[in-house]
Write a new protein. Structure first.
Length: 695
């Protein structure tokens, strides 16, 4: 008789590592000071609502004082959970939905409040523009990851109304630091990471932080692989007490194998999910992304409560990939395999300058921004049908001969010029108000393979933000806010008749009412929101259209509770009613594509199980969601479970950290939704372990 949970050699090794950690902890207590001193705290605490988060043009404010829904996850927590993707970082926020696995041609794709984030405008680094299409950002380079949920039109300009993810770079350390880590992911991938920092000069005026990373090997997801090299450099020069210069740079080359799309026309049903380690991709398939980012900045405090900032950001990303797309042709799992080979290169430039300060009861921010994005290199893409098969026994074909051709060309450019200003005024000890305006000149232009302009969509818009906040006590904020925003419309998917067609920008607006509170042993945030957004969907003729409006109404609640001295519980829930309105007959009144009706998450961390040892367990639940605009197909609900431990102890003057984690503990088979009618394999049960030494 087979066991429902058959442990692999790595999982057995992790269990042994856990026993080893227990033994080391006990041994350390026995030998006392002969070897080490026990680290008092077994794992880091959650970020508190009093900690600051980026609010774009509003600057950095504490979560408690921000009249929007936010979430921040520290690098320590990311490391403790051995998270390797943005979806894993934010998976314990119930408003965030993972819609693509990390090993695919479109990783790092998430939804907030049922709305997919914009690859080119929805992911920022230190609040500035960033190209996030086709790659996972190197999490090892960042001090924290922040999510601002809902519309961000005033704060960041054009972008999806789902929200913004902001990666906050690691900064130079006050004291000299050096750490080395070695990690292993089940399947065979090995990762080496070095993190070093410090300050130079008599007064420590020059600071540096350097991160170096290499990862290579097989992974369990779709029996694929990963190979990446990354480097991050952060410099700071304090010229004097009022003037500082900064320079930040990131480089990553990430090549992966895996990530086949399953495409289901409404005529067929969603098939039974496959094992997450099932191989679907052709021989020769894979994705290779080279990414660079560099930022120079200056900060000048020209008065006691006034600061001026200016930054220049440039970023390049080149993605070459070859992938399989399985088009289902029957309810029995038959398919035809179409292989796509593509190259896309993007160049981003952004200049932004702000002045912020206080005038009595007024906290003022003013700024200008110029941003230019060019899709510099696209290709004529073959879409070759190479064979057929069945999901129960996939036919692995050879795709080495399928390559893009026809030369590269510039297919699209977008430009934003903006001026913005806001005022947060303290009305009384309890009341404050926020008002902000951003005026944007936006142009989206599309070009043919011959360089001819084929479409141009200009938009000159003013997007307001207003909010009223009431503090009945210093640790509690009640708020109501209203935001408007514009976003670049999605291009038609490659599976539609009008593949890659561009559309005019979409307008959206949001009203939100919420409460945040931070108490001695718990904190919580709750909000009610309503988002109205122009709709895009694929109609019965397989044409991607812009038609009608989608209304997202929901409730979200997140909390962290210190249930006992060493036991914390983090959890949340989102209930969402998203409907398509004023659209063509057969679509009006239907639930919005890809929007789950409910989500929930919970995580418990038990610290000091033994000195230096912490255990964590967690679960995420995703409710059913519609796969198409007519709601013919629905993706079933599923729940995933995770568990792991963290052990920290000082030996011979060096801090040793041992971390282990198993995701999808029950090895649940499931599909992840990517976009309308598109599915990917859900990740299988995967064990990871990491050892870090701080010198």
């Amino acid at each position: 008789m087979s066991l429902p949970f058959a442990p692999s050699r790595l999982q057995l090794a992790l269990a042994a590592a856990g026993l080893c950690a227990l033994h080391l902890s006990a041994m350390a207590e026995d030998v006392g000071d002969a070897l080490s001193t026990v680290e008092v705290k077994a794992t880091v605490e959650k970020k508190k609502l009093g900690d600051s988060v980026s609010s774009g043009a509003l600057g950095r404010k504490s979560e408690l004082d921000t009249p929007f829904s936010t979430k921040a996850v520290s690098s320590d927590e990311i490391e403790d959970r051995l998270a390797t993707s943005i979806s894993e970082v934010l998976k314990y926020d119930a408003s965030v939905t993972a819609i693509s696995p990390p090993i695919s041609t479109h990783p790092a794709t998430i939804q907030m409040r049922g709305l997919r984030l914009d690859d080119l405008n929805g992911y920022k680094v230190n609040g500035l523009a960033n190209i996030n299409r086709g790659t996972e950002m190197p999490l090892e380079m960042f001090e924290s990851v922040e999510a601002l949920k809902g519309l961000t039109g005033y704060m960041y300009g054009f972008g999806s109304p789902g929200g913004i993810v902001n990666y906050v770079s690691k900064r130079p350390t006050t004291d000299k630091s050096f750490s080395a880590a070695l990690g292993y992911q089940e399947g065979g991938a090995v990762k080496e990471h070095i993190d070093m920092g410090g300050r130079l000069g008599e007064e420590g005026d020059f600071g540096y932080r350097l991160n170096l990373l290499h990862e290579d090997g097989d992974v369990k997801q779709e029996s694929g692989s990963v190979n990446r090299n990354a480097a991050g450099l952060n410099l700071e020069w304090r010229i004097n007490k009022d003037l500082a210069l900064t320079y930040d740079a990131i480089y990553q080359r990430r090549a992966t194998v895996g990530g086949t799309d399953i495409i289901i026309a409404p005529a067929y049903k969603v098939p039974a999910p496959l094992d997450g380690d099932t191989r679907l991709n052709s021989v020769g398939a894979g994705s290779d992304v080279e990414y660079t980012l560099a930022t120079t900045g200056i900060e000048y405090r020209f008065a006691p409560e006034w600061t001026a900032n200016a930054s220049y950001r440039t970023s390049d990303s080149t993605r070459v990939y070859k992938k399989d797309q399985y088009y289902l042709t029957s309810n029995a799992g038959d398919y035809r395999d179409r292989v796509t080979s593509e190259l896309h290169a993007y160049h981003f430039d952004q200049v932004q300058a702000t002045v912020n300060g206080k005038l009595g009861a007024h906290e003022v921010v003013m700024g200008v921004m110029s941003q230019n994005l060019v899709s510099t290199s696209s290709v004529v893409t073959p879409k070759t049908n190479l064979g057929t098969g069945n999901l129960s026994a996939p036919n692995i074909i050879n795709a080495w001969g399928v390559n893009y051709s026809g030369g590269t060309y510039k297919d699209e450019t977008t430009r934003q010029e903006a001026v913005f200003a806001s005022d947060t005024v303290t009305i009384s000890d309890n009341w404050s108000a926020l008002a902000g305006l951003r005026y944007t000149q936006f142009t989206d232009q599309a070009y043919s393979t011959k360089g001819a302009l084929t479409a141009s969509y200009p938009a000159d818009k003013t997007t307001p933000t207003v909010a009223l906040m009431y503090k009945p006590a210093a640790d509690t904020t009640l708020y109501v806010s209203y935001v408007e925003a514009m976003e670049q419309a999605a291009n038609a998917p490659t599976s539609t008749v009008n593949a890659n067609q561009t559309f005019a920008p979409i307008k959206s607006k949001q009203t939100e009412v919420g409460v945040k509170t931070e108490r001695s042993w718990w904190n919580a945030t709750a909000s009610l929101f309503r988002i109205e957004r122009g709709a895009q969907y694929t109609n019965a003729a397989n044409v991607y259209v812009m038609d009608g409006e989608t209304r997202y109404q929901g409730m979200e609640f997140n909390t962290v509770v210190q249930a006992a001295k060493n036991l914390s519980i983090e959890g949340g829930i989102m209930l969402l009613d998203a409907k398509l309105e004023d659209a063509a007959p057969g679509y009006s009144g239907k639930h919005a594509v890809g929007a789950p009706r409910r989500q929930a998450s919970v995580q418990a961390t038990w610290r000091e199980v033994l000195p230096g040892l912490a255990l964590h367990v967690g679960s995420q639940y995703l409710g059913d969601l519609p796969m198409d605009a007519a709601n013919v197909n629905t993706l079933p609900s599923y729940a995933l479970f995770d568990a792991g431990f963290n052990y920290r102890h000082r030996y011979f003057g060096k801090m040793i950290s041992v971390r282990a984690n198993i995701s999808n503990l029950s090895n649940r088979k499931y599909w992840t939704y990517y976009q309308e009618n598109y599915l990917n394999l859900g990740a299988p049960r995967t064990a990871s372990v990491n050892v870090r030494v701080d010198f």
